[in-house]
Design a protein around this ligand. Structure first.
Ligand code: CA
Length: 166
C-alpha cells in the first residue's frame, strides 16, 4: 500500500500515461453492471432522499448517506469479476467533508472474505475528489467502503466511480 501523497502522484502519472499510451486503458464500470447496497440509509431508511443509488446516478447533487453507527459501509456488487484499477470518490459538496475518514476499501470474490486493497485516512475535505489507486492486481466481484475508526460515524458521499482494466 502507498501513502496518500504517493497515491495522488500515481493517479496523476496514470492520467499522463493514459493520455500518451493507449496500451494502458482503464474503463469506468457503468451503473448497469452493478448493484449497490449499504449497512444503513439515513433517516430511518429514507431511500428516496439518501439511498445507495444516489452514489451512482452521475449527479453530484444527490448523495448517499448512512445512519450514524460505528462502522457504516457501502458496497458495490459487480455482475462479473473485474480487475479494479482505481476508485474515485466525490466527497460531500456542501459541508462536513471531514466525516469521510479512515475508510477501508475492501474487495471480495464471494461477499464473504474481504481484503483491504486501499485506505483513505483523511479526514476528507468538503468538495474533495478522492482517488484511491489499488494494489495490482486487484480482482473482485464486490467492493466495500467501510469506516474503520471511531465509535459514531456516518458515511456519505455524492458519487463513486470505479475504473477497471479490461
Ligand atoms: Ca449522486
Amino acid at each position: 500500500m502507498v501513502e496518500l501523497a504517493d497515491q495522488y502522484k500515481d493517479a496523476r502519472d496514470l492520467s499522463a500515461a493514459q493520455a500518451t499510451n493507449k496500451a494502458i486503458e482503464s474503463k469506468k464500470i457503468t451503473s448497469s453492471s452493478t448493484t449497490v447496497s449499504a449497512s444503513t440509509v439515513y433517516e430511518n431508511d429514507n431511500v428516496m432522499k439518501w439511498g445507495t443509488l444516489y452514489a451512482i446516478d452521475e449527479s453530484i447533487r444527490s448523495m448517499f448517506h448512512s445512519e450514524w453507527e460505528q462502522s457504516p459501509w457501502f458496497m458495490v456488487t459487480f455482475k462479473k469479476r473485474f480487475t479494479i484499477q482505481y476508485v474515485r470518490i466525490f466527497n460531500r459538496q456542501d459541508m462536513l467533508g471531514e466525516r469521510f475518514h479512515d475508510v477501508a476499501f475492501e474487495v471480495s470474490m464471494d461477499d464473504n472474505t474481504f481484503e483491504e486493497k486501499g485506505f483513505f485516512e483523511g479526514p476528507g475535505m468538503t468538495d474533495q475528489v478522492i482517488e484511491i489507486l489499488f494494489d495490482y492486481p486487484t480482482i473482485g466481484k464486490y467492493l466495500r467502503l467501510k469506516i474503520t475508526q471511531g465509535q459514531l460515524n456516518t458515511l456519505h458521499f455524492v458519487e463513486i466511480e470505479i475504473y477497471t482494466l479490461e
